[in-house]
Unconditional design. Sequence first.
Length: 382
Amino acid sequence: VTDIDECKEKERYHCEGTCKNTFGNYTCDCPIGMHGDGKVSCQGFRITTIAAVLINLYCLVYDFFFHKIGIKKERRKKRNFFNNGGMILKHQRVRIFSEAELIKATKNYDKSNFLGEGGFGSVYRGVLSDDTQVAVKKPKEADKIRVSQEFQHEMGIVSQINHKNVVKILGLCLQTKVPLLVYEFVSNGTLFHHIHSKSSQVLKTWKNCLRIAAETASALDYFHSLASPPIIHGDVNFGVVLVELLTGVKPGSHKTLASNEKISIIQYFLSSIEDYSLRQILSFEVADETEMEEMEIVAELASKCLRSSCLNRPTMRQVSEELDRIKKLHDNLWAQENSEETEHLLGDSSVSNRFQHATAEIAHPETHSVLSFDIENYGDSM
């Protein structure tokens, strides 16, 4: 007797489920999730149908959930933009970066792009879509402040500053709780690093110290006198800057005297001028007496900038002119000392004697004295 495989003849032998051939007959089981006689009809829903419905439902919930999150993020960004003065700043000549732009530029503030940290927050290196390198200053989360209208106005002014010795601000991001500031990237490090890091050799010579002092004064003079409107940086006392350059010691530091009395580095610096012991606190080696005389004039200038009364302090214009004059004198003397022809023509005259005569003219000029200064509008903010 030959057995027929009914499962292969689906048109003659009906089955809505899983067909299984038996001798002389066949069985038909309904799919999982359904019930009944598979040879006749199965009731219910297939498991695949249930799974498909559940997956579609999950996708709908997922899309709805993240759509709501996206809406909340956009609302948050708009709220931050408004609170941070975006409505005012967007009409000024300052570039407004999106939060996404800076996240992409810094690779989500990756550790490899970390440049440093200060009281305001952390700074990260970034690369914009046009390959421009930037430094992004990211505030600490604790500093959740609302940007004042005064700050908004100042940002519009600062963004227009164009001076070779001032790091230019390129723009800011207003979509975060506290604005992110975007500066041009300076590859040679910070002045703080070169003053206080033992690994840096930049400020180990008087020539470089004098150059940086003159350039810093030039930048502050630009702020006070040439910027329109003038910009007064209330946190900068140039006398303190000079002390830090000369000594390599942080302004808030203290020195312990032989009597175990602690005095500030500023007091220690001023007393060293009075005691003629300035050479002992310098952070660099003085090459010769000529450099020492230059340095003493600059130290005396620093002491004038440290005077408590603004009426007795020189203006930044006067300070800048003095430092520029000393720097030019230094450069000229250096060139003379390295010129065999000049030394031959000068005969037996010593460079030191010529410098003493020149510095006397600087210290006691007829119209540009550092000992008696005219008071200008911006002299009280040095």
